[in-house]
Structures are given as C-alpha cells and as structure tokens.
Ligand binder design. Structure first.
Ligand SMILES: NC(=O)c1ccc[n+]([C@@H]2O[C@H](COP(=O)([O-])OP(=O)(O)OC[C@H]3O[C@@H](n4cnc5c(N)ncnc54)[C@H](O)[C@@H]3O)[C@@H](O)[C@H]2O)c1
Length: 393
C-alpha cells in the first residue's frame, strides 16, 4: 500500500503492533512462569529487571562475568516474596561465543518451562578511554612500527558483537520453547499462560547514544547505533519465527556503568531513573501484544506552554511529575522504499508457502500413519484367525 508521501506502508506485513499508548495500564501477570535470560544481569539495570520480574513469578537466568555479584543476586531472588524459586546464575563472557552457547543450553535445560521464553541482551560496558583522557580509539600511538597491536575494541566487542551473539542464539532457542511433553503435562508452570501459544520475546538494551552523537565515545556510540540497526532490521522480519523484538533506549541512568567523570558532566541536568527504565522494560516484556516497538527513557520532563512555544523542562528533585518514557521510531514501517516493501512481501509469501507445505506434509504423514495402522490391524486379525484355526485342529 503506498502512502501519500510516496513510500509503502508495510506495518501490516511485518505483523508489528501500532504505537504504544503509554497511558494505558497493562497486566504484569504474564510475567509469572516466564523463563527470562538476562545478560549482564548481575548489576544495574539488568539486576533491577531481574528483581522486579522475579517478584512477579518469572524464572530468571543471570549471565555475567561478575560471579560474586551474580550469585548474590540469585540468592536474593530466591528469597523474594512471590519468587518462583527457579533462578540460575551462569558465568558467561558475552564476547566469548562458547560461553554464550553453553549459557543458552544450560538455561533451556534448567528451565521449568522446558525452554527460554525471553532474552534480554543487556550486557554492556562504558568507554573509559576517550578523547579527553588522551588514550583509546581516537588516540592511537606507535602505529608506524612493525607489529603494532590491533586495537582491543573491547567496547565494540562487548556492546555489539556480544549482543549479536545473544540475538543469534535467541533466534535459535526462542522458537524452540514449545516442548510438547511440557505442554501436555503442564509440569513446572501451570496456569492459564501455558494453555495458549507461548510468547517469545527478544528485548535489546540500546541507548540514547544509539540515535544521537556521543563525541569522545566512538566505540560506545558505534556499538549502540549497531544495536539500533539490529533492532530495526529484526523488527521487520522475526514474525516469520514467531519472535517479537523490542528495544529500550535509556538516557544516562545512575548505575555503576556511568563513571564519576560522566556524573560530573551531568551535574544539574537530570538523569533517567532506574525505576522508569524498569517500568518501560516491564511494559515491553509483560504486554505480549507489543511487537517491534522502541521506548526511550529520559529524565522526567514536562512541557510548559503549548505547541511550538512549548518549553521542555527537566523535572528535578526526584518528583513523580513529568514524562520519562517516549516512543522512538514509531513510524518506522509506515514509509519504506520499494526494496524493503518487495522483500517483506516475499517473506510473507514464503511464509504462506511454508504453511501450505507444512499442511500438505501433515496430510501425507497422516495418510501414511493411517495406512500403517490399518495394515498392522489387518496383520493381527490374520494372526488371530490362524491361532483360532490351529486351536480347532
Ligand atoms: N546506565 C546508563 O546510563 C545506561 C544508559 C543507556 C544504556 N545503558 C545500557 O544498559 C545496559 C546495562 O548497563 P548498566 O547501566 O546496568 O551497567 P552496569 O555496569 O551496572 O551493568 C552491566 C553488567 O554487564 C556485565 N558485563 C560487562 N561485560 C560483560 C561481558 N563481557 N559479559 C557478560 N557480562 C558483562 C557487568 O559485569 C555488569 O554486571 C548496557 O548495555 C548499557 O550500555 C546504560
């Protein structure tokens, strides 16, 4: 369908949901019994998600390089009122493929759900060396010497390659969370949520640095723009696997990630609140109807005045007033160009063909199964009559 601007509206073809009405309430009850894997979950935002979701009955797997932080947190989750008692810590360096391979296998095997329902690609590190410290990416030294080492690119490897590994593994494990044994027996989960099609969710933790410039932090900024790119590509295609993908983009938030120098620059400017990041992430995680959407989280602001003249002011002093959660890329699929339109149409057509092939395959299997059963029955009838004849003789 073409739009008045001349592009194509592919929203219906990508099966994404419409813009989120943040004023509407949503239920957190869907969190109960979900098996959620959080990378970098031992501290900061990941730990805050884990505490909130575990308190609503989710089973949490924490993956982190910080062993003592991860183990302490898991012990805390077990003790929470409302906890499912199924929480796990896995030591995992997200930059190491083998670590992540083992992590996903372990999480799926340990899950009382028989699989992984949601993955949060959250692990990340800041760029300590920068233009100001005179070290790091922008300040190479000795590169005119033979054998000068390649740059470590630790931030890019953690915040981008690590996230890409997590997404790749999520696309393997999430669609496999329909263990028929589990569904029949209802073991471990129980309740309403197990009767319907299971939710599969990949939540990416990006950053406002994924849509704005962040001078002096080239690796961090490039990695977070990469995460935004991953989201924007996956959001239009993962419907084929029944996986919904969403993105969270926090502004500077008070966690161990932001060094004191960063806090100094931010003095008086207002930070995003961990509670608001958790609220935005929980909406995306718990509202299973939200597909392919991105939420930014800033310091709470209020608009004073109307229209063009409206002035945006940060609400300070921890006041509860003001808006902190905003939708980003809300119209991503509404005006795309011809290549994307044709590509997504082709994916839909292939999905239909796959559906028909699957249906035909089921019919053939059913016919073969019936024939085999009939011939077995026929054979046992013949054997029975032979036995009766022998008895008569
Ligand atoms: N705090 C902020 O201001 C802010 C703003 C925007 C986005 N973010 C993003 O939020 C995410 C979480 O950050 P946070 O603020 O909670 O920071 P944090 O430092 O509190 O937590 C990050 C966690 O990731 C873990 N980690 C680091 N490298 C790892 C690796 N290679 N493998 C596994 N785990 C590793 C750390 O041990 C730590 O537990 C990051 O992706 C970050 O970029 C944070």
């Amino acid at each position: 369908m073409t739009t008045p601007q001349g592009g194509f509206d592919i929203s219906p073809l990508t099966h994404t949901s419409g813009p989120i009405d943040l004023s509407l309430p949503y239920t957190r009850s869907t969190l109960a019994h979900k098996s959620i894997l959080i990378t970098g979950g031992a501290s900061g935002l990941g730990a805050a998600f884990a505490r909130h979701w575990a308190a609503h009955g989710a089973h949490i797997t924490i993956a982190d390089v910080d062993v003592s932080g991860g183990e302490t947190l898991v012990a805390e989750l077990h003790a929470l009122p409302g906890s499912s008692g199924h929480h796990l810590f896995c030591r995992c360096d997200v930059t190491v493929w083998e670590d992540q391979l083992r992590l996903f296998r372990t999480a799926a095997a340990a899950s009382p759900r028989g699989g992984i329902d949601a993955v949060v690609a959250n692990a990340g590190i800041p760029e300590r060396d920068s233009a100001v410290t005179g070290r790091g990416f922008e300040n190479p030294v000795g590169l005119d010497q033979d054998g000068a080492p390649a740059p470590p690119l630790r931030v890019l490897r953690t915040n981008m390659i690590g996230v890409a590994y997590t997404c790749h593994l999520a696309m393997f494990w999430l669609p496999r969370n329909r263990d028929p044994q589990y569904r029949k027996s209802g073991a471990g989960g129980g309740g309403e949520a197990d009767e319907r099609e299971r939710d599969r969710h990949l939540l990416l933790i990006g950053s406002v640095a994924g849509i704005t410039p962040l001078p002096g932090q080239p690796e961090y900024c490039a990695a977070k723009h990469g995460v935004t790119g991953l989201f924007r590509a996956l959001a239009g295609s993962t419907f084929r696997h029944g996986v919904r993908v969403n993105l969270l983009l926090p502004y500077f938030t008070d966690t161990p990630l932001v060094p004191w120098q960063g806090m100094m620059f931010l003095a008086g400017a207002g930070l995003a609140r961990v509670a608001d990041v958790v609220e935005a992430g929980t909406r995306l995680m718990a509202d299973e109807g939200i597909v392919g959407r991105a939420l930014g989280v800033t310091a709470p602001v209020e608009v004073v005045g109307d229209g063009e003249d409206g002035e945006v002011r940060v609400v300070g002093g921890g006041e509860r007033r003001g808006e902190a959660i905003w939708e980003v890329f809300a119209h991503d699929h509404e005006h795309v160009e011809v290549f994307v339109w044709r590509y997504v149409r082709l994916m839909n057509a292939l999905l239909k063909v796959r559906g028909w092939v699957g249906f035909m395959g089921d019919l053939v299997r059913f016919a073969w199964f019936r024939r085999r059963e009939e011939s077995r029955r026929e054979q046992s009838r013949r054997e029975q009559s032979r036995r009766e004849q022998r008895k008569r003789v």
